[in-house]
Structures are given as C-alpha cells and as structure tokens.
Ligand binder design. Sequence first.
Ligand SMILES: [Cu+2]
Length: 147
Amino acid sequence: MKKVFITILLFLLVSVTPGFGEDSHSEEEPINVLLTLDEYRFLPEELEFESGKLYRLTIYNEGKMTHELDAPDLSAHVFTKKIVVLDDSGNMIAEIKGKPREVELAPGKSLEWWFVPFVGDTEEGEMVCDIPGHRAFGMKGRVLIKR
Ligand SMILES: [Cu+2]
C-alpha cells in the first residue's frame, strides 16, 4: 500500500513539475511563423529566428507544383522537437521526430516544423528550392538566426 502511495505521489510530482518529462515543451506556447512556397518564391523571402525560443514553422505549398525547403544552416542550428504532417483540414497525419535535412511538399499541402534554434553567434544562411530550375527562377531566400 505504501509503495503504491509513493508511486502515485512521484507520478503527481513528475507530471506537475515543469521541465520534467519529454513533453515539457508542449505547454510552452510556440512562436508561429508561416512560410509559403509558390512558383517560384518563398514568402517571406527572409526568415528570422532567435536562439532558445520555441517555434512552430508552418510550411505551406500554395503552388501547383511540388516545392522544397532546403535550408542547411537552419537544419544544423535547431533542435527539432517534431514535424507534424497535416491533412487538408489541418489534422495530423504523421508526427516525425528527428532532424530534417530538407522538406519536400506536394501542392496544396502543409506541415509544421517545431524547433528551438541554438547558436553561439548569429548565423546567416540561405534557403532554396532544389527542384531543378526553381532556384534559377528565383526560389531562394535568407535565414537569420540571432543569438
Ligand atoms: Cu520549387
């Protein structure tokens, strides 16, 4: 009986203590950023993030073709909490954990990339769509991560 009580008490402690457990970040409200992909551009053309904050970057392909977000400096300088693939109503289809290198999205589709940037110093890099021809048509932009 005493063991059960202690177990329950420990469980309660862990579940109410911030910073405990894997999902501790989920209570934190993310900063929402929308990136739209289209023929042949990123909107906005520049993304800016701040180290240590939780972001929900929604990537939406508004175009009629498949597009990519290839932003190696962003991938390298964030801790990815999860990637949520959404259906047309905004419901979750899949949740992916781990580091993405590039994201390719079918027309009309969207996903959420949840991450926390971490940089020692301000980092600046580019984002491009690596589908042949798209970058040359102007599908590129900048990513800035501030300390
Ligand atoms: Cu493209």
